[in-house]
Design a protein around this ligand. Structure first.
Ligand code: R5P
Length: 289
């Protein structure tokens, strides 16, 4: 078995190879002058099982993933398990108006054409999983996030909205602390309102846990409220740190901001490699029985 890492997931693929104790294959990925990708697998992987790791954001990384799959199939690998740490295009997961493309479904159809199984991490909605017809292993990063928060000495975990409750609860259980949630009302694509709620956070070190930080509007608004209620410090932790536009500026209200390495940046301090390794190993042993 080999790991093949795309250019969007270099650090994570290396971490996963180390975690699983399997080899990282050599891949050449470069760009033609017009920006199109060139991909070549340098190791002979004929007959091997391959775990391909590639985040599909931005668009060009999705194309790169499809090219790597093509090269692997032509080489005659046995099975391709495609790990998509951050799934770009998941936002539109259902039609809201007649005639709309459902991007989550379109991308699922492309990815699964050359996949024997797919690994996804902390998807926002389970609808996405249902668009795949091959087995999907849905990995949670909350154990890793919880361990990180424990090291940080967090007193309380807060979900910024009801949708994040299960995640906050899972992380808090690892920390061994209380958790609660806020009520978010979305105003537009980058602004939210958080309904007033009395929380006992005075003097506490609080962590807000969410799946995605995009514009930073959700976390910044929640952090402002927690600070106004006396939290001594507020740190923000997410699985997928997109940090779009002026997100980091908005997030200056937080004492620290961290993400997992599903999107690699200087904030991605928490690796999901152990979580992927755990669930993938269990899947592989179940299918080989
Ligand atoms: C939405 O419900 C998600 O869980 C996140 O809260 C949302 O994507 C964060 O977006 P932003 O950082 O733009 O507020």
């Amino acid at each position: 078995m080999f790991i093949v890492g795309g250019s969007a997931s270099k650090a994570l693929s290396a971490a996963l190879a180390a975690e699983m104790g399997i080899k990282l294959a050599q891949v050449e990925i470069r760009r033609f002058p017009d920006g199109e990708a060139y991909v070549r697998i340098l190791d002979d992987l004929k007959g091997e099982d391959v775990v391909l790791v590639q985040t599909t954001h931005p668009d060009e990384k999705l194309v790169e993933l499809l090219l790597i799959q093509d090269a692997l199939r032509e080489m005659g690998v046995r099975r391709i398990i495609t790990v998509v740490p951050y799934y770009g295009y998941a936002r539109q997961d259902r039609p809201f108006q007649k005639g709309e493309a459902v991007s989550a479904r379109a991308v699922a159809r492309m990815i699964e054409m050359q996949s024997d199984a797919v690994v996804l991490v902390d998807v926002h909605s389970r609808l996405l999983i249902d668009y795949f017809t091959v087995p999907v292993i849905h990995v949670s990063s909350m154990y890793e996030i919880g361990n990180f928060l424990k090291e940080e000495g967090i007193d309380m975990v807060i979900a910024p909205d009801k949708g994040a409750v299960e995640r906050a609860k899972a992380a808090a259980e690892v920390v061994g602390c209380h958790w609660d949630h806020l009520e978010k009302i979305r105003i537009d694509g980058s602004n939210v309102r958080i309904a007033p709620k009395n929380l006992v956070v005075s003097g506490m070190k609080v962590a807000i846990v969410d799946d995605i930080i995009s514009t930073g509007g959700t976390i910044a608004t929640a952090a402002e409220q927690l600070k106004s209620q006396g939290a001594s410090s507020v740190i923000a932790v997410c699985t997928h740190g997109l940090f779009s536009g002026n997100a980091m500026e908005r997030l200056r209200v937080c004492d620290a901001v961290y993400s997992c390495d599903t999107l690699e940046s200087k904030r991605s301090a928490i690796s999901v490699a152990p979580a992927i390794s755990r669930d993938l190993t269990a899947f592989l042993s179940a299918v080989s029985e």
